[in-house]
Design a protein around this ligand. Sequence first.
Ligand code: AR6
Length: 699
Amino acid sequence: MEVDDEIMNPKDSKQEDNNNNNNNKPLVVILVGAPGSGKSTFCDHVMRVSTRPWLRVCQDTIGNDKAGTKAQCLALSSTSLKDEKSMLIDRCNLNIEQRADFIKLKESHQVDMHAVVLDLPAKLCISRSVKRTGHEGNLQGGRAAAVVNQMLKKKELPKLNEGFTRITICQNENDVQEAVNTYGSLSSSDVLPPGIFGGKKTDTKIQLGIMKFLKRVDAPSNVASDKTIPESSNVTSDKTIPEPSNVTTNENHEGQESGTHVLDGVPTLAFPFISTADFQFDIEKASEIIVETVEEFVNKIGNGRLVLVDLSHGLKILSMVKSKAVMKNIDPTKFFTFVGDITKLRSGGGLHCNVIANAANWRLKPGGGGVNAAIFDAAGLDLETETKKRAGSLTPGKSITVPLPSTSPMFSKQGVTHVIHVLGPNMNPKRPNCLKDDYNIGCKVLREAYSSLFENFASIVRAQEKSSGYEVSNKKLKGFVEVNESKNMSKDWGTWAQALYKVAMHPEKHGNGVIEVLDDVVVLNDVYPKAQKHILVIARTKGLDRLVDVNRKHLPILRTMHAVGVKWAETFLKENQSLVFRLGYHSSPSMRQLHLHVISQDFDSKHLRNKKHWNSFNTPFFRDSVDVIQEISENGKPTLNEDEKFMSMGLRCNRCRSAHPNIPRLKSHITICKSPFPANLLQNERLLRIAPNKDDNAC
Ligand code: AR6
């Protein structure tokens, strides 16, 4: 009779010893901001609420009654670091040179270096500086305006490659408040994830919502973090570590190093420890194998990242993995650890992992406790059914990928599209196929298990990269597999790229985000809106995949799509009269099924993260609906501007056309740019709005 591992004794928890090492590595936060940007207030607020002891190093006050100097600040910082104090460096630090000497402190002290940039509008900084009285540095009144202007001219936003592990950019008061909350809630042993976190201007409610969740993210550089969060701990709002809700990829940060740390949109595999709990595999050996295999795969997973997740942060093996990853210099943005429930990473921790791994049993069955039971429970029957379709059992060392149907709660709530079941070696005599302490075989099998898991994840990443490309139907371009050579060359759309098609065909089944269903079209909120308002009007016509498929006979559906788009834009304009809308198609879309974008022109969204995002809406690649209709009426086909060159064009403001080196700078510019829209957009009703600027009319 087969031994049913689901009903055996509860697992032996001997290896789940807490380790008592504290991660009390001090943190140095370098404030970056013009006079009047609120640096001192930021420090005050953080220090008022924080349980971590902070020292504020302020150039304005350090000289007592005389003007302080940078040298004094450096000397105090260095002494205080010897006492392992965390510090807020409260001086302008507006250029690389000013920051460099503080960053150098890393060479002689074990310390994490962060930057918080108070990149508030110049006008605001100037008016605050001018108005203030009793300023610690005596910079106030008329003189202040000139100084602020002068300093801002030389402003250089910090970059990770200066030596920072984390940069937070605040562009408005909400961002500042969020950063205060983030740093104010850090206890002495907490660490924040690495990366660049940019300010956003809306969604305050969402930000605050996210702050309610208790979470820890440990970068491997945090060698031995151990703040105990009881597994049953309730979410306590006063002890939260808010996950930054807006994260900027650094690909658009000029000269930035290549690592990317984003919460949404980056393919991410969350995986638990395999075999070390119920299967009682030696944790020292397991940690070695994990880090070695991660090291081997970290460069084979494209832009994906690997996150080792465990419910309990106190596990000794977690610290072992983290320190080994540091020793091996593994990029902390590509691999890090996260403490939380693997089944609730997005809703409970704000970390979006599209793929999760399961430490499965050989029969690929639910139950058995541990992570296996949790994942099958959370994913519902769908996972069981889809797993069964693919395999009835699994051999130790192997893994199997199971795509999760969109009906699974784990898909809809957590954004998990695939579960990869992995079976590790079993060293527990009470479980089937025990290796009886044969670590020669055990290590080999565990290595195979992780390799197989990462290999399967790499395949998912490759498939997604393929199907999300902007490539045109040109044999030489990567991304789309041609299935025939007919005029319109249909293509194989990957699973991910079929989502809109599914919604259009079966809105009743795939209703998430649908706001209107009509006979000919379905209207959907874009799941990753690139502006305050961004919806899709999807045609329900079969075989109408994209613009290249459209001809004269489709004019009625194109007109319907346009009319429905206009109706929705008008609805949004009633709620917010300041919005401006543009309606159009991507020349070569990444998703199957013809869909019209109705998008507000503020581009105020955390999801707008890179050049492709911007250029797909702000170059000729974006075809205005009115023009498409006109061209088809006149020529029977639309003009398609599919060339990849549009995606790599320089970033230009959609109003004044000024050039910007990266997305954060562009974003901060567009929030204040009041220039009229370019003349071509002002014609032919390409823009929809309530009351055009008089400036625009002048154009
Ligand atoms: N989220 C994150 N981590 C978790 C969760 C969760 N919800 N639940 C448990 N863990 P185990 P194994 C961690 O025993 O040793 C099952 O009975 C947990 O702290 O699930 O490979 C199966 O049916 C531990 O570190 O996996 C198999 O028969 C890790 O997940 C057998 O156990 C894995 O622990 C597999 O044993």
